[in-house]
Design a protein around this ligand. Structure first.
Ligand code: F6R
Ligand code: MG
Ligand code: MG
Length: 376
């Protein structure tokens, strides 16, 4: 009999279904809906284990199962859960209830319907450490910089220099969100070409990374352009990402190195400004000043026999990785940079350039002024 390696799927699906006191935080009654539904789905055997959390106003469903990527039952579970949580948000008159649910009826795949999806089917290694990253008040281009540093920058990831399993480099799938096409580039050979694209974070976004020598999947991110789906501005496409670590892949610590410093991402207030990313623990995953600064959390766990490895009480063991003084410097830098940018108010480059502002409510203001311009 042929040996069939066990395949496990990690699905991280998120949605803004409404929040407390503005776009601040998805409160407990909403995560309770998700807890209830995912618990039931586990008892019924649809999924094997799960973790519900939130980053700012986004409700996050981390689900581990054996049904592969883009599975309609898994996506329906997420869709129904977001619908039910939206109804709860409506009932409580929370702010922006159902914000990201752009379609009314589920059509088999939740992609393109509003929620963000990062999914990865893996053949379980002897031990498979995973990091799930989720950010609020920014978009998928925010992951270009850390993904480049993790999988292509030898000054950041020592394994690219020291570990023979990694010296062959990594392949990056980049989506062109304007032309709706994609390209795969291999590093180190095509590093400069990769940078030529992904430096334009508002257009080119890294969607997948594989180890070059054996095409082992290493990272996958959610890429959505809500404004394109809806045809109008409805907030930013707060992104999620799943990354595999260790044993011939970047170590956990190498995945975290890019977050020792803050860097600028697009999003923040009204999805219209450059803002400094702030790595935070789950307790600080809520957006305040100028609706930010954009926050990112990182959860570490182990995949073991189709589940998240759990403790003696059967509770999934989740490491809240940015809940650590090692990221105090980045948080401090984020605040310093936030105050510098906010001193500039609505002047570029604190505000996004005109192309991106086209997708915001500024368009209506400019339209109003149009008639009043005199030529010459
Ligand atoms: C950004 C975001 C918020 C809102 C802002 C205005 O992604 O969600 O910054 O854009 O709070 O929100 P409304 O127009 O709902 O009052
Ligand atoms: Mg919101
Ligand atoms: Mg959000």
């Amino acid at each position: 009999m042929m040996f069939m390696p066990k395949k496990t799927t990690i699905s991280l699906i998120k949605c803004d279904v409404g929040s407390l006191a503005g776009h601040y935080v998805a409160p407990k009654p909403l995560s309770n809906v998700a807890q209830k539904n995912l618990k039931k789905a586990t008892e019924e055997g649809l999924i094997n284990s799960y973790q519900v959390f939130n980053v700012g106003d986004d409700l996050q469903l981390l689900m581990i199962h054996e049904r592969g990527e883009s599975n309609s039952e898994i996506h329906k579970l997420a869709w129904d859960t977001f619908k039910e949580a939206s109804n709860k948000a409506l009932e409580l008159k929370l702010y922006g209830a159902g914000q990201d649910l752009l379609k009314t009826a589920f059509s088999g795949n939740i992609r393109g319907m509003g929620p963000g999806v990062a999914e990865m089917e893996i053949e379980e290694r002897g031990s498979d450490p995973i990091v799930a990253l989720a950010a609020d008040k920014t978009s998928a281009g925010a992951f270009n910089f850390p993904l480049f540093r993790i999988f292509a920058d030898p000054m950041s990831t020592a394994g690219l220099v020291i570990d023979p399993n990694m010296t062959g480099g990594f392949k990056f799938e980049v989506l062109d969100t304007v032309e709706n096409r994609s390209i795969v580039l291999k590093c180190p050979e095509e590093m400069y070409e990769l940078l030529a694209l992904i430096g334009t974070v508002q257009r080119y976004m890294i969607s997948r990374v594989w180890r070059a020598r054996d095409d082992l999947i290493c990272a996958t991110g959610s890429i959505t352009r809500l404004s394109k789906i809806a045809g109008k501005y409805i907030g930013k496409d707060d992104p999620v990402m799943v990354v595999r670590a260790q044993h011939g892949l970047p170590a956990l610590g190498e995945i975290l190195v890019p977050f020792m410093h803050s860097y600028l991402v697009e999003g923040w207030m009204r999805g219209s400004h450059w803002g400094p990313i702030m790595p935070v623990g789950l307790k600080d995953a809520k957006c305040t000043v100028f609706d930010g600064p954009p926050r990112i959390v990182a959860l570490g766990f182990q995949i073991a026999s189709g589940k998240i490895a759990s403790d003696d009480d059967g509770k999934p063991m989740i490491a809240d990785l940015f809940d650590d003084p090692a990221f105090d410097l980045a948080r401090h830098e984020a605040l310093e940079n936030a105050s510098m940018l906010r001193r500039m108010g609505e002047f570029e480059p604190a505000r996004l350039g005109p192309e991106e502002m086209e997708y915001t409510t500024l368009r209506q203001i400019l339209k109003k002024l149009k008639k009043r311009f005199k030529s010459g």
